[in-house]
Ligand binder design. Structure first.
Ligand code: SAH
Length: 427
């Protein structure tokens, strides 16, 4: 029997405007800004002390291997920094001050921390690296709300991070891996293949980078917006783990990064404003539930039958639809929280009324919300996004089944910054 929540769904549909990118969208970016990379090739990326070796073609030959003994500062939680400081016979007060300088004031040099005595800062500087990844390239979308940053990691892997402005909020879409191993057919990151997992600090650093892009504004910005949506708060408050990679394939690093981002004395991003999107890694979903991780969960569904899903998301062969839904039920029960199900709308492929009814039936006993994402173009997939009418019809049918839904705003498509469009050519 169908439940009715048409009213709620219609309200959701309204919230999700604009459905399409404004009509002045051109296929080319409004502006492309090249940014000089900062030189920091003499530093190691993160993690425990180690010797770092540049691998790969086109990179420094073996005799230019870099050896260094510094840890990435952003890999550390506040407690770990404090413990490290105390182990060096320094006062824990210095740890708190350094943490504040870095995360509240955006300082990235020990020399710029006047309240930390020179003895402490020189000792810590020899151990901790405060450099953020260098910006290789920055592109601005003609929509005026979206910027994409190509960041170079210390081993020359490249990742992309996206800044999205919405009315009253800024969201950072951060990567959790360089590339992705999952090969979802419509996803550019999947099409490029897997590079490596990111360290916690490399995930945190992306959010910090966005925060620093916003920071200069806060000093000059008029608090009264001139046009709705044009001005967003100057501090980053929302993070979506929906950039390159599969976050649950890099579980420990992602959770540590989320803990650092949530630190109330640091970035202070509320757990309610961090959303992790997974392709459907069943053991990871169960672990999230068992550990009662407070962040939001989004699951990429895209199809309502095992066969159709496996054709779009090959990893569904490993974690079939029924196992995925059981894991989702477990998560919802344990966490007492709903799950967002993502559904990339591909015209004629998964946007028919029959498929809308099928997903409605599939999710009817779950606390769920469906996020519909009109397909974004990628080089390796020739599907077409559903039009506005098909998306509305899909939503209406979901509503007949009592399922709330939204249609995701299309942002940054002209600079390939939309869902599934992030990819880097080489490292
Ligand atoms: N690995 C994670 C994060 C991927 S990106 C995951 O699979 O969930 C976030 C969302 O964008 C996912 O739901 C993904 O399936 C979707 N997506 C990928 N390529 C897309 C495309 N070309 N158009 C629209 N959505 C896409």
């Amino acid at each position: 029997m169908l439940r009715t929540a048409r009213t709620r769904s219609r309200a959701n549909a309204r919230e999700s405007t604009p459905f399409m990118t404004p009509t002045n969208q051109s296929s080319r970016p409004k502006s492309v800004v090249s940014v000089m990379p900062r030189m920091f090739s003499d530093k190691i990326p993160s993690g425990p002390r180690r010797t770092f070796v540049f691998p790969g073609p086109g990179l420094p030959p073996d005799n230019l291997r870099v050896h260094q003994d510094r840890r990435c500062f952003y890999d550390l939680t506040r407690e770990e920094l404090r413990a490290l400081v105390v182990r060096r016979n320094l006062s824990p007060v210095h740890a708190e001050r350094i943490w504040g300088y870095v995360y509240l004031e955006g300082v990235d040099r020990f020399a710029d921390m006047p309240e930390v005595p020179a003895r402490a800062s020189s000792r810590l500087e020899s151990e901790l690296d405060l450099a953020l990844p260098s910006v290789v390239h920055e592109t601005h979308s003609s929509d005026g709300f979206t910027r994409k940053y190509l960041l170079r990691l210390l081993d020359a892997h490249r990742i992309e991070t996206v800044l999205m402005r919405f009315t009253g909020r800024v969201t950072a879409c951060v990567s959790t891996q360089a590339g992705c191993a999952l090969a979802c057919v419509f996803c550019a990151t999947g099409q490029m293949g897997f590079g490596r997992n990111l360290a916690p600090g490399e995930i945190v650093a992306q959010a910090l980078h966005i925060n620093r892009v916003l920071r200069p504004q806060s000093k000059t910005q008029n608090t009264k917006p001139k046009t709705a949506g044009a001005v967003a708060p100057a501090r980053l408050r929302n993070v979506v783990l929906m950039g390159m990679g599969e976050p649950l394939h890099n579980y420990d690093a992602v959770m540590k990064a989320a803990d650092i981002l949530r630190d109330p004395h640091g970035p202070a991003i509320s757990a309610r404003r961090i959303t992790l999107s997974t392709v459907g890694v069943v053991p990871g979903i169960i672990r999230l539930a068992d550990e009662r991780r407070p962040i939001h969960l989004a699951v990429s569904l895209h199809a309502a039958t095992q066969e159709e899903r496996a054709a779009l998301v090959p990893v569904a062969k490993k974690w079939p639809l029924d196992a995925l839904l059981n894991a989702c039920r477990y998560y919802i029960e344990k966490q007492q929280r709903r799950i967002f199900f993502e559904w990339t709308l591909i015209s004629g492929r998964n946007d028919t009324p029959a498929q809308a009814h099928a997903v409605g039936r599939l999710l009817q006993d779950l606390r769920a919300q469906v996020n519909l994402i009109p397909l974004n173009p990628t080089a390796g997939y020739d599907g077409v996004p559903s039009d506005r009418t098909a998306a509305r019809r899909f939503q209406d049918i979901l509503a007949e089944h009592g399922l709330p839904s939204t249609v995701r705003q299309r942002r940054g498509i002209d600079i390939a910054a939309g869902c599934g469009q992030l990819a880097t050519a080489t490292r």
